[in-house]
Design a protein around this ligand. Structure first.
Ligand SMILES: [Zn+2]
Length: 305
């Protein structure tokens, strides 16, 4: 929201010539106000996705943005006449205010070659994530790997480095993301756990309480980027939804898709299991946006065009 100019309050109590003198100062505010930019959800927190919705002051051919060092591609929703772009705030982002910069290209004919821009700071609050003081026991091979296991771990790390930071330009997702399974949640995103007495890094996914063999559904349309076993992840499926947004499905007992295959939201991509580093059968799903993990539950809550 554009803040009200402080002089507006005084207008009734000052002579007319002063009002005329004060008016030009508020002119830049008027042009900034002709953009309408909203976020969903209204309150931004670290670790959560955010949908930016923008109504520019004139018709545009394209709109792009930058936010927390990331590029955001915007699409036009003809129904609401609104441009929308999906982005996120990394878990490591400190509370504060951060600028969204938008740059729009007007449609041909209307002031060609001149871009219109918008900039506004949005507040990011600290998300509330639980600390779980439970000592989970995992097999020794995961905490003290032998040289052969170490090789497998490094191979997995290389594959993730090669694939998980990719940004394919075209958006494949459309509409809201759906839950990959109809089941209860056994662990939320961002919780801090203790493995064999040692505090591990925060939980970067969402765990569904499902027995082995439960069908696992694609959360939205996309292309299968990975469908292969890795050391920690077990049987691992990654779907690329475009624009740097990926969903990850871990510990599967069975694959139902192949790499390169296009999938639709709700399509069964595998069966749940307990492969890789898992204390038992469950489904761990993760959401990655341009190299950072976001809360899958918060993504599912967004109402997307
Ligand atoms: Zn998990």
């Amino acid at each position: 929201m554009v803040s009200r100019p402080p002089n507006a309050i005084l207008l009734n109590s000052i002579p007319l010539f002063l009002v005329v003198w004060l008016l030009p100062a508020s002119a830049p505010l008027a042009s900034a106000a002709s953009w309408t930019v909203h976020t969903q959800p209204a309150r931004l927190v670290n670790g959560a996705p955010v949908l930016f919705q923008a109504k520019p002051p004139q018709r545009l051919a394209s709109l792009s943005g930058s936010w927390l060092g990331h590029e955001i591609s915007f699409s036009f929703d003809a129904k609401s006449k609104t441009w929308f772009g999906l982005a996120g705030v990394s878990l490591e982002t400190e509370p504060g205010t951060y600028a969204l910069e938008l740059s729009g290209e007007p449609i041909a004919g209307k002031s060609p070659g001149t871009k219109i821009s918008f900039s506004r700071k949005f507040a990011v609050a600290r998300g509330k994530y639980p600390k779980i003081k439970v000592a989970l026991s995992v097999e020794g091979k995961f905490t003290e790997p032998n040289p052969e296991q170490q090789k497998q771990i490094e191979a997995g790390q290389q594959i993730k480095k090669d694939y998980l930071n990719r940004v394919t330009p075209d958006r494949e997702w459309s509409g809201s993301f759906s839950a990959p399974a109809a089941a209860g949640i056994s662990d939320v995103f961002g919780s801090e756990r203790i493995f064999n007495g040692k505090t591990s890094s925060p939980h970067l996914g969402l765990d569904f309480r499902v027995p082995s063999g439960t069908p696992v559904a694609a959360m939205n349309d996309g292309t299968v980027l990975l469908a292969r076993p890795l050391y920690f992840e077990g049987n691992f499926v990654v779907i690329d939804h475009g624009q740097g947004l990926l969903t990850l499905y871990l510990h599967l007992s069975e694959f139902k898709v192949k790499e390169g295959e296009q999938v639709k939201r709700g399509q069964i991509i595998g069966l749940s299991g307990g492969t890789g580093r898992a204390t038992g059968p469950h489904l761990h799903v993760a959401v990655r946006w341009q190299g950072t993990y976001l809360d899958p539950a918060a993504l599912i809550r967004l109402e997307l065009p």
